[in-house]
Design a protein around this ligand. Structure first.
Ligand code: TXA
Ligand code: MG
Length: 366
């Protein structure tokens, strides 16, 4: 399949391009498009054949349900059989935006889209390209993140192209996304709403609105192999760069010292090393690892890849760059990755959820 890559104005998407993309969706094909969280891989949410194509393009297990994206509140009615009071409150505040709600589904939503579940996840994105596409298609759009299953989610069209070239009809390139981490998912079907995946909208923000919120264990820690996470996707290996990755957590000076020690040893053994650092810590690594790098170089460059993920003064930069940094390690073909830890603040849980999964929950406390 020839994949068309179409540049589109993020703020004012042109009608001709949106129509061409919408036509593909209506005809049962697949279009990747930007949202405010990550790029999505869209197909008609009411067409089980389109859902099957999405699973095939991603190489994703078909028991892992898709999120249906809508542009207007009225579209919710045909998808969900009940709108609980908690959902009304959350939608009023956070839609359109980076929040997905899990509802009981209607018969209109095929099991092919929901992975066989009686519930459906729905999100109303705020990104102008996503909204224009959904409206023009005239159907809700099922869209998982537009990466190959297991790879970091795409935050730029280049990432989508890397994974999806030849697998889908079209990629709408609206530049870099804003947030960079997938939406917060809340199941509102139970007595107490349950946080299934942390995102830009944090547990605290949800508690402020709802009073009480349960946190699904799969969203914070490694899965008990016996347990069933409520969001089936949480049980799969995710976001993983190809190299082994370790998170070092604790007092910041101690963290930097430990990462330098580990990096020196790995470089000494002839390994290529990647370090996830910040604008603040970069100069420290540059200075501390100078000699280890020079002696390890031995004619070859790039034995050390210092990847700046953002600034601790603005954690939104860390969220924004996280998946791009994880992907960059694959390009550099590093053998070992050491990462600082980024707990705390509104985005801390969402960032650490992705980072811990990428590291296979391999964390060293110092
Ligand atoms: O920000 C986002 O949510 C992005 C953009 C494209 O909108 N989409 C996204 O989709 O991250 P995906 O497929 O990569 O992740 C969807 C997650 C999976 O973990 C899946 O198991 C869960 O949502 N999910 C979907 N439907 C569900 C349902 N009915 N019940 C529980 N979890 C569900
Ligand atoms: Mg995904």
């Amino acid at each position: 399949m020839n994949t068309q890559l179409i540049l589109i104005d993020k703020e004012a998407p042109s009608a001709a391009e949106i129509q061409a993309a919408a036509q593909i969706i209506r005809a049962g094909g697949l279009v990747a498009f930007p949202t405010e969280t990550v790029y999505g891989l869209g197909g008609n949410a009411l067409d089980p054949t389109a859902a099957a194509k999405i699973y095939a393009a991603k190489g994703r297990p078909s028991d892992n349900p898709l999120i249906a994206h809508i542009a207007d509140r009225e579209e919710l009615e045909e998808l969900v059989s009940e709108i609980p009071a908690a959902a009304e409150k959350l939608m009023d505040l956070y839609w359109p935006g980076p929040m997905t709600l899990v509802f009981p589904k209607t018969d209109k939503v095929p099991y092919g889209t929901t992975g066989g579940l009686e519930t459906v996840a729905v999100r109303m994105p705020s990104h102008p390209v996503a909204r224009a596409l959904i409206r023009a298609a005239g159907v809700p759009i099922a869209a998982p993140s537009a990466n190959l299953s297991g790879r970091p989610s795409p935050t730029k069209a280049e990432h989508v192209f890397e994974d999806m070239d030849g697998r889908i009809e079209m990629i709408l390139d609206g530049g870099e996304v804003g947030i960079g981490l997938e939406s917060t998912i809340i199941d509102v079907t139970g007595e107490v709403p349950s946080l299934l995946r942390p995102g830009f909208i944090s547990e605290e923000m949800l508690k402020d609105v709802l009073g009480q919120v349960e946190v699904d264990a799969a969203s914070v820690g490694p899965m008990d192999p016996e347990a069933q996470p409520k969001a089936p996707g949480m049980k799969y290996r995710h976001y993983a760069p190809k190299a082994d990755m370790t998170i070092i957590r604790g007092d910041q000076n101690q963290v930097i010292k430990t990462i330098c020690d580990k990096a020196e040893r790995a470089l000494g053994r002839g390994k290529k090393v990647g370090i996830v650092c910040t604008e603040e810590s970069l100069p420290v690594y540059e200075e501390r690892l100078q000699s280890a790098m020079t002696s390890a170089k031995a004619g070859e460059d790039d034995v050390l890849h210092l990847a700046v993920i953002g600034s601790r003064k603005d954690p939104s930069t860390i969220a924004h760059n996280l998946f791009d940094v994880l992907r960059s390690f694959d390009g550099m073909q590093v053998d070992r990755i050491y990462s600082e830890s980024f707990e705390g603040g509104q985005l801390g849980d969402a960032i650490m959820n992705r980072l811990k999964k990428a590291a296979g929950y391999h964390i060293v406390d110092v």
